[in-house]
Design a protein around this ligand. Structure first.
Ligand code: FMN
Length: 294
C-alpha cells in the first residue's frame, strides 16, 4: 500500500516525518534523513547566530525514552540555510521544514526573513516551546504567541507552523488555536518535550550536567501526554472551524502508534527520540509497520 498523504497542499510519500533533533544538523544529516523514507524532514532548531548550547552530558537515552537539555546548540541561520540548499540539491523530492527558535521577537523575525528567501525551504516551524534555556516559554502565553506571529507574518512567504508544549489545559489549547488561526498559521506541532524532568542517579545526582539537572522528557515515556495534547488541539481546531493542520510528535515508536495519531486527526506524525537511538533506519521500520512504501 502506498500511504501518501497531503500536508500543507503538498503530497508527501508517507505520513512519518522527522522532528527537530541533533540528528538533523548538517547537510549530510539531512540527506540521510531525506533518504530514509520520511515524508518530510525538519531541521534541528536554528537561531540567528551560532550557539554552543549547554554543557555535556546534555542528552540521555533509555528504554525508547530520552531526556535532553541541549540548549539550542546550532550553527546559526545562515549556515543552516546552506546545509538545506546542499541537501535539497542532492534529494530534491523530500520537503524540508526549518525549525526556528529565538530569544525575542526580533530574532524570530530575522530568522524568518532569511528562511523565507530560501527557495529550498518548504515550510517554517517556529519553536515557541523550548524548555531547556533560561528564557520564557512563549507557547505557554497566547499573548506572547500573538506578538511573535504579528511580527513574523509580515515577512513570511512560506507555510508557517508553531510548535507547542504538552498541555492538559483545554483553555490554553483553545487560546493558542484562536491566536494562531487569526494570524493564518498553517500547522501546529504538538508537542515539544515535557519540561521539568529530572533524571536522578542512585545518589540523587542529576544525569544531565546543565540546567540544574532539568531537561525535556521525550520518547515512549510521553506517548500518553502527547496524545492528550493532540486531542486537546484537534478539539480546539474543530470547534473553531479552523483548517490548521497538526503534526503529532512525542512517543511514537511503532507503526501502530503512528496510525493512532492519524486516526486522532494528525496530518502527519513526527519522530525524534527513535532517530537519536536507532538512526534514520527507524523511519523505514515504522513505514514498513504501516505498509508505507519507502
Ligand atoms: C536530543 C533532542 C534534541 C531536541 N532538539 C529540539 C530542537 O532543537 N527543537 C525542537 O523543536 N525540538 C527538539 N526536540 C524535541 C523533538 O523534536 C520532539 O518534539 C520531542 O522529542 C518528542 O518527540 P519524540 O518522543 O519522538 O522524541 C529535541 C528532542 C531530543 C530528544
Amino acid at each position: 500500500m502506498n500511504q501518501s498523504v497531503n500536508f500543507l497542499g503538498r503530497t508527501l510519500s508517507g505520513p512519518i516525518i522527522t522532528a527537530p533533533c541533533p540528528a538533523a544538523w548538517s547537510a549530510n544529516d539531512l540527506i540521510e534523513l531525506m533518504q530514509s523514507g520520511a515524508g518530510a524532514v525538519t531541521t534541528k532548531s536554528v537561531t540567528k547566530d551560532h550557539r554552543k548550547g549547554n554543557a555535556e552530558p546534555r542528552e540521555y537515552y533509555w528504554n525508547e525514552s530520552s531526556i535532553n537539555a541541549v540548549g539550542l546548540a546550532n550553527d546559526g541561520i545562515a549556515a543552516h540555510v546552506e546545509y538545506i540548499k546542499t541537501a535539497v540539491a542532492a534529494v530534491p523530492n523530500v520537503p524540508v521544514i526549518i525549525s526556528i527558535a529565538g530569544f525575542g521577537t526580533e530574532e524570530y523575525v530575522d530568522c524568518v526573513v532569511a528562511a523565507s528567501q530560501s527557495p529550498e525551504i518548504f515550510a517554517i516551524e517556529l519553536n515557541l516551546s523550548c524548555p531547556n534555556t533560561e528564557h520564557n516559554i512563549i507557547a505557554d502565553d497566547p499573548k506572547l504567541v500573538g506578538a511573535v506571529l504579528s511580527a513574523v507574518c509580515k515577512h513570511n512567504q512560506k507555510p508557517l507552523g508553531i510548535k507547542v508544549n504538552p498541555t492538559n489545559s483545554q483553555q490554553l489549547a483553545d487560546a493558542i488555536v484562536a491566536v494562531a488561526d487569526s494570524h493564518g498559521v498553517d500547522f501546529i506541532t504538538c508537542t515539544n518535550t515535557v519540561g521539568g524532568a529530572y533524571l536522578a542517579q542512585a545518589d540523587g545526582a542529576p544525569v544531565l550536567a546543565a540546567n540544574g539537572g532539568f531537561g525535556g522528557l521525550a520518547g515512549a515515556s510521553i506517548s500518553a501526554i502527547s496524545i492528550g495534547t493532540l486531542v486537546r488541539y484537534k478539539s480546539a481546531i474543530e470547534r473553531q472551524k479552523s483548517d490548521i493542520e497538526i503534526i503529532s510528535v512525542g512517543g511514537v515508536t511503532t507503526g501502530a502508534e503512528a496510525q493512532k495519531r492519524l486516526h486522532l486527526g494528525a496530518s502527519v506524525v513526527g519522530i525524534a527520540t527513535p532517530i537519536m537511538i536507532h538512526g534514520a533506519v527507524v523511519v523505514g521500520q515504522i513505514n514498513a509497520e504501516m505498509n508505507v512504501k519507502g
